[in-house]
Design a protein around this ligand. Structure first.
Ligand SMILES: [Fe+2]
Ligand SMILES: [Fe+2]
Ligand SMILES: [Fe+2]
Length: 427
């Protein structure tokens, strides 16, 4: 079986890239993963358990992608959570569950994520997984410590007051056994504090730990994993909710038309799903700005392909998937970005992605523009061919299978819409 992804590389690289999606939570996912792992390690050497803790820590707040307010409630109302605030806090955990649960390799993680805000008394009643309780504990500790991480004196103060904080919370909210293990086995070690407060070393430590658990994923599951992350990016705005899914279909059909093998077509679909993954590093205000971008904003916007390249390289995806996905803003005349490559250096697969991306963007509605009809978009692309920006052969292939593309497209658009309301219906 041909396998394209390594789950560990994929989640690690994505988590590093998204660690600062929310300023006040920068590095939070990494620290929660690390602390959960250390607590787990003090309990057992069971590899599956430890790997699940790492993955759950990295992904536990993935629902905050859509629920920006969620963490405010989490912070303000702990530990005296009243039931209405608890409901608000629960939203991002439910969204996270919804995002992950359909994926076979992450269905256990989905459950852990769902209950990562269940206080101990509730966890007991509802038989919540120990992994969830550990992540919850680590999450609370990090929220308590995070503002002190940059200053050694502040950090020392917090270190001193931490046992008291835990004791006050432990009775009802935190699992007392987990608290005890933490205080005995993790808390006393300086090495924990040094790693915890040093983002760079923490990141290295996480990479190192994740490497112990490399897990290869067969191609059909690589596609589904890519779809999860495509939605994560696309759902930042209802206008782009099916963007990556559509680009994937268009690119795939062009590739088929141009005689790619079945494997090539599959790779093209994956590359299409991942082509905008670098947008995880672009602030929502810029991505969703209804009007024209300023020069500075456009500069930042352009970085998304650069990050697509870096993230996918770190994920160690297949070479072709890497270049097809991340060279989609290069132009044949060398005036594209981010590398300014000229046509000799731009592979056919990347040219296909360019045409698929432009075609899709033109035929989608945005707050600042109407959607073009397929034929109108093709005409506009013709102009880009004559300017020497876009490959004319690729465009001809697209024209030949335009009907098939539009048919296939309507299916993925429907699916994206449904998924969108499933995820965001909770907010
Ligand atoms: Fe959370
Ligand atoms: Fe969290
Ligand atoms: Fe795109």
């Amino acid at each position: 079986m041909n396998s394209y992804f390594n789950l560990s590389d994929f989640i690690t690289s994505f988590s590093f890239a998204s660690k600062a999606v929310n300023d006040s939570l920068a590095g939070h996912n990494l620290r929660v993963a690390y602390l959960s792992y250390l607590i787990g390690e003090a309990i057992t050497f069971d590899n599956r358990f430890l790997y699940d803790l790492l993955l759950s820590g990295l992904l536990h707040d993935i629902g905050l992608f859509y629920d920006k307010q969620g963490y405010m409630f989490v912070e303000e109302h702990f530990p005296s959570l009243r039931s209405e605030t608890r409901k608000l806090v629960q939203i991002h955990a439910e969204i996270g569950y919804e995002i992950l649960r359909g994926y076979p390799y992450l269905s256990k993680i989905a459950k852990v994520v769902r209950y990562h805000h269940s206080p101990y008394f509730q966890a007991l009643k509802e038989k919540v997984l120990l992994e969830s309780q550990i992540v919850y504990f680590a999450d609370r500790i990090d929220v308590y410590l995070k503002d002190a991480l940059c200053s050694p004196s502040e950090l020392l103060k917090k270190r001193e007051s931490l046992p008291e904080f835990i004791e006050a919370a432990a009775e009802k909210a935190l699992n007392p056994k987990v608290a005890e293990i933490f205080l005995k086995k993790v808390y006393p070690k300086d090495s924990f504090w040094f790693t915890y407060s040093d983002q760079e070393y923490l990141q290295r430590e996480i990479s190192f730990l994740m490497e112990n658990f490399s897990q290869k994923i067969p191609i059909e599951y690589s596609r589904d994993l890519s779809q999860i992350f495509a939605y994560l990016i696309d759902f930042k705005s209802p206008f782009t909710a099916s963007h990556s899914s559509t680009v994937a279909v268009v690119a795939k059909e062009i590739a088929r038309e141009m005689g790619y093998s079945e494997e090539g077509v599959e790779k093209m679909e994956i590359a299409g799903l991942l082509h905008d993954i670098g947008k995880v590093k672009v602030p929502d205000e810029i991505l969703n700005k209804p009007g024209k971008l300023t020069r500075e904003e456009f500069f930042i916007m352009k970085s998304h392909v650069f990050y697509t390249y870096q993230i996918l390289k770190e994920m160690r995806v297949d070479e072709e998937v890497l270049s097809w996905a991340s060279l989609h803003h290069e132009k044949l005349n060398g005036r594209g970005y981010p590398f300014g490559l000229t046509k000799e250096r731009i592979p056919l697969g990347s040219r296909i992605m360019t045409v698929a991306d432009i075609y899709t963007a033109l035929t989608e509605e945005r707050p600042y523009k109407k959607a073009l009809k397929p034929r109108e978009a093709v005409n506009l692309l013709r102009e880009l061919v004559s300017k020497g920006e876009v490959d004319g052969f690729v465009l001809s292939a697209l024209e030949k299978c335009l009907d098939r593309i539009e048919r296939e497209r309507s299916l993925v658009v429907e699916e994206a819409k449904e998924t969108y309301s499933k995820f965001l219906g909770k907010v």
